[in-house]
Design a protein around this ligand. Structure first.
Ligand code: HEC
Ligand SMILES: [Cu+2]
Length: 378
């Protein structure tokens, strides 16, 4: 590379902004010297392994620096030190050829033994699990399915004004888990690879579309644990944080009961023959749009030019109902527009579409009812 091409001013500016970004970045708030305190047996095992290797490396470094330092001073040229030509024939010289490799091998085997134990524990699926969660990564959110209870939690990042100091590490609906129970996590994805990672309680595992990866954990302490997607998954990669709320078993049961009741209520509501007013659909739809669609089409419906189409003034969103329902229900193959029919119920889809047809100056002044979605599904 021809370095003269780099203008000094441009380089200075780039460096200055880099420094600024570094010292003002919110990521600094989470800056810490060591890995976070583990809160599960497996992560503790990994943490101990990390500490073991760190200490071994530190001791070796100190010993070597001491020997090198000593040699540099003691045997320096200015003292006319003459190298010992017979060192290798001395007893120390001879035995050190054997002793040093033996010590190195001993250290290696100590680390390998610990690492082997940790790996075996990671892959130990022989025990009975108390809770099974399917963890689904999508651009750009996490969905948690409680396999034994039929509960589904969709977890979206909170915007800055709601998240406060936990911005980029806070979500609307956390994954709620009981402490002291063996939890099985089944990882998969709907679009591209993601990876679910919460350092205190669980290790990283890729979430791959069409494939299921298994991990397990057992949380020892109640509390909030934060993590993030650890596989570069697109422009929203930084915006799919993970929050796990670990609670006592009683609190967990109470939370589950509440979720099931809300689910039953929503299902009853969605399948009733009620004809909804425009205002009811609009306000329901606004909330649902903001959690499900705004990441791409933006809260103001303007989209992102060239990437995600605007819905304000869009031909489809202001066109006939059938076409509008079709794209939301079935998505568009080969694009980021998912088939929402699989994720949302008839009422939810009807509400979102009604909202889109009347928000941001679209003013179609019509409604789409759950019954319309039901017949479009056939
Ligand atoms: C991951 C990004 C993403 C999300 C989330 C998303 N969409 Fe889309 N949407 C797209 C893309 C990309 C297209 C353009 C598809 C194409 O090429 O025709 C699109 C197209 C559309 C269109 C057609 C617009 C036009 O004029 O072409 C509508 C209507 C629509 N989406 C509604 C929704 C609704 C409702 C939701 C939420 C339930 C939603 N989208 C969520 C990416 C997204
Ligand atoms: Cu991701």
């Amino acid at each position: 590379m021809d370095l003269s091409m780099l203008k000094p001013i441009a380089v200075t500016r780039a460096l200055a902004s880099l420094v600024l970004v570094t010292i003002t970045s919110t990521a600094f708030a989470a800056y810490d010297l060591n890995l976070p305190e583990p809160a599960a047996p497996l992560t503790r095992q990994m943490f101990d392994l990390h500490m073991l290797t760190t200490w071994i490396a530190t001791i070796i470094m100190v010993v070597i620096i001491a020997i090198v330092g000593y040699a540099i001073i003691k045997f320096r040229k200015s003292k006319n030190y003459e190298a010992d030509q017979n060192f290798h024939t001395s007893a120390f010289g001879t035995w050190s050829w054997i002793l040093v490799p033996v010590i190195v091998l001993g250290i290696d085997l100590t680390i390998a033994g610990s690492a082997g134990d940790a790996l075996k524990a990671v892959e130990d699926y022989s025990q009975k699990n108390d809770v099974t969660i399917k963890v689904i990564g999508s651009q750009w959110k996490w969905t948690y399915e409680y396999m034994d209870d039929g509960i589904k939690v969709v977890s979206n990042m909170l915007p800055e004004e709601k998240a406060g100091k936990h911005y980029l590490r806070a979500v609307d609906n956390p994954l709620v888990l009981p402490v002291n129970k063996r939890i099985r996590l089944l990882h998969t994805a709907t679009d591209v690879n993601h990876a679910w990672w919460v350092p205190e309680i669980a290790y990283k595992k890729d979430a791959i579309p069409g494939y299921i990866n298994e991990t397990w954990t057992k949380i020892e302490k109640e509390g909030t644990y934060r993590g993030q997607c650890a596989e570069l998954c697109g422009t929203g990669h930084a915006f799919m944080p993970i929050v796990v709320e670990a609670v006592s078993e009683e609190k967990y049961e109470a939370w589950k009961a509440k979720q099931k009741m809300a689910l039953a209520q929503a299902q009853a509501e969605a399948s009733s023959d009620k004809v909804w007013s425009k205002d009811e659909l609009y306000s329901k739809g606004e909330k649902l749009y903001n959690t499900n669609c705004a990441a791409c089409h933006q809260a103001n419906g303007a989209g992102i030019p060239g990437v995600f189409p605007a819905l304000a003034g869009s031909k489809i969103a202001t066109g006939d109902k059938a076409g509008h329902i079709d794209i939301v229900l079935n998505g568009k193959a080969g694009t980021a527009m998912a088939a929402w029919g699989k994720q949302l119920n008839d009422l939810e889809i009807a509400a979102i579409i009604t909202y889109e047809r009347n928000a941001w100056g679209n003013n179609k002044n019509d409604t789409v009812q759950p019954a319309d979605i039901k017949s479009a599904r056939k």
